[in-house]
Design a binder for this molecule. Structure first.
Ligand code: CTP
Ligand SMILES: C[C@](O)(CO)[C@H](O)COP(=O)(O)O
Length: 285
């Protein structure tokens, strides 16, 4: 730790807790091959994400949220890699918000103070920049909520559904539009309040935590923290070659090695899919 980092860490009056969400089912990637465990640049995706916080001296604690499918493997990876800031591995829920809620409940039970800074991160965004994490921590000195986001280079269309077709309802000015990324960061009291209000709403299915604050605490501004193109969310198989390219740059491996790794991963995924289909076929007979 540099002297500046030591002073920064000492000056922090509130705990900084990272919540790494790894309880998703990866339906758009491959349900039989949990994407959070897939290797990129020779390292499981979830490990990249945990390490981004483990290696940041300003982050005091980490909570990892898992589902039954990945639980054992994530526990093993955390043990093997000696991630000392991981305080708990908790079961998540059906939707992303249920997984966030599980982490918030645990933090409440643990007596985490209301002014704690909570950074909620998608485990499947392995390449989050140090500057984005630090930007979230700093933004919470002025704001109750902040999100990493990346300025849109496309014009964004807001639509409405006419039933058989969508039509354009509004076209916001491009400089006002951003692509949401993670971490999304909140003072603990604020995110708890937003989730409490949201719990009373049966139509509550937001895909991120910022939306929970924007919808249920509309007077609470959410600050934008600069993200990056490389803070990619691995969503479908098509993201893997891009991810391998980013990993290659970060680790200094050659593009050829990255390409080989991507091809290997693809072949493995194909094999798994064939076996899963064969097993399902056998069960049907
Ligand atoms: N019930 C859920 C759903 C999502 N997540 C996490 O939230 C992030 C959101 O990314 P996304 O691509 O939506 O992941 P999945 O929900 O796994 O993917 P899909 O929607 O294709 O099933 C991921 O790190 C995922 O593990 C979670 O912890 N719990
Ligand atoms: C939280 C998020 O990563 C912001 O980009 C995103 O909303 C996750 O869920 P999605 O279902 O893939 O939109």
């Amino acid at each position: 730790m540099t002297e500046r980092e030591q002073n920064q860490t000492k000056a922090q009056s509130a705990p900084v807790v990272a919540v790494v969400l790894a309880a998703g089912f990866g339906t758009r990637f491959d349900e039989n091959n949990p994407k959070q465990l897939v290797s990129v640049g020779g390292r499981p995706i979830v490990c990249w994400s945990i390490e981004a916080f483990e290696s940041n001296p300003r982050v005091s604690d980490i909570i990892v949220v898992v589902n039954a499918r990945v639980n054992d493997m994530v526990n093993t990876l955390i043990d093997e890699n000696g991630y000392g800031k991981v305080r708990a591995i908790v079961p998540g829920g059906e939707e992303r918000v249920d997984s966030t809620l599980a982490a918030l409940e645990l933090l409440k039970q643990a007596g985490v103070p209301g002014n704690a800074k909570i950074l909620i991160h998608d485990s499947v965004r392995p390449f989050v920049a140090r500057s984005s994490i630090d930007g979230c921590i700093d933004a919470l000195d002025r704001f109750e909520a902040a999100t990493v986001a990346f300025a849109s280079t496309d014009t964004v269309l807001l639509t409405e559904d006419l039933g058989d077709r969508k039509v354009v309802r509004a076209v916001p000015d491009r400089p006002d539009t951003f692509r949401a990324q993670t971490p999304q960061a909140f003072r603990f009291d604020t995110i708890n309040k937003a989730y409490e209000l949201a719990a009373a709403d049966p139509d509550f299915h937001p895909t991120d935590d910022t939306r929970v604050v924007v919808d249920y605490l509309p007077d609470t501004p959410v600050a934008i923290v600069e993200g990056s193109e490389t803070n990619l969310k691995i969503t479908t198989q098509a993201d893997m070659p891009i991810a391998e390219g980013i990993a290659a740059k970060l680790t200094g491996r050659s593009a050829a090695a990255a390409g080989e790794e991507a091809a290997k991963q693809e072949a493995k995924a194909r094999m798994r899919a064939v076996f899963a289909e064969a097993a399902a076929e056998m069960r049907r007979h």
